[in-house]
Design a protein around this ligand. Structure first.
Ligand code: ZN
Length: 275
């Protein structure tokens, strides 16, 4: 978990964490989608297929240079404060990638990893706020989204109690894992005030949903704050455990992903045209 204290002093008007104080004068180029994560999704190329940014035509995939997915939205100090989130999520995605490759290669032996669920939630908020601040996601008519101050509080103060039903959901697969070197972003927002309510992030056939608002139908979002993701093929089971603060009263929920073979290219249910 990452804590960013409130400080007196400089508030750089271009930094989205200026409300915390203690900004540096220099604004740095920030990868609004973690560079480490993009490198894991597509290790071979310099670009990654992305959908969901407002300047990409709807329902299309576009190959974008990883180096171009940056924006000037954080000061140097706060960019550096937040970088452990990218590192943690990068390791989480790397673990899933490693498991996936091991299953494909029929490697023997089971792997077990452990990550902090709250840190993953903080990373999702950082990504969502970064996408709004950099104006990479907007309503269909081009109007900017807004986000509540609560987002910044939940991002900076991990021990704050989250409202009921908010937080991470992991979608339960209805069949097999599909491999795709693409990254899909689907924001959720209120139609009335365009206030952002969450985001779905899909990569390598894996979907995470962050909810910051009471979902009208949580059953479609997946399992709330699962404790364990299990990846199976034949007799092999690998585990990715997620730990949660004891105050969260997380139900012992598990999700099982079964790998039945390899699939290269676009996710068959995604079926988006690449431009
Ligand atoms: Zn700052």
């Amino acid at each position: 978990m990452l804590y960013i204290p409130k400080k007196n002093g400089n508030k750089n008007p271009k930094c989205f964490l200026k409300g915390r104080g203690g900004c540096s004068d220099i604004i740095t180029r920030e990868h609004y989608i973690s560079h480490k994560l993009l490198n894991i999704i597509n290790q071979d190329g310099k670009s990654v297929d992305i959908t969901g940014l407002h300047w990409i035509p709807q329902d299309k995939l576009k190959g974008i240079g990883k180096a171009n997915l940056v924006s000037n939205i954080l000061c140097k100090e706060h960019n550096s404060n937040l970088s452990p989130l990218d590192s943690h999520v990068g390791s989480f995605v790397e673990a899933i990638h490693r498991i996936d490759k091991g299953l494909l290669a029929n490697d023997k032996g089971s792997l077990c990893f452990e990550f902090d669920g709250r840190t993953i939630e903080q990373w999702l908020i950082k990504t969502l706020v970064g996408l709004v601040e950099s104006k990479n996601i907007k309503a269909r008519d081009g109007t900017d989204y807004i986000y509540s101050d609560k987002c910044i509080k939940l991002l900076c103060e991990p021990r704050v109690k989250w409202p009921k039903g908010w937080g991470l959901y992991v979608q339960v697969p209805d069949g097999h894992i599909h491999h795709a070197n693409s990254f899909e972003l689907i924001p959720m927002y209120s139609e009335t005030d365009l206030c952002i309510r969450g985001i779905t992030v899909k990569f390598n056939g894996f979907s995470m949903v962050l909810v910051i608002g009471v979902p009208s139908d949580s059953s479609k979002l997946g399992l709330h704050r699962p404790m364990e993701l299990q990846f199976k093929k034949d007799s092999i089971t690998h585990k990715v455990k997620l730990t949660w603060p004891s105050s969260e009263r997380v139900k012992p929920q598990f999700i099982t992903f079964t790998q039945v073979g390899s699939y290269k290219g676009i996710h068959p249910e995604q079926n988006l045209e690449r431009i």
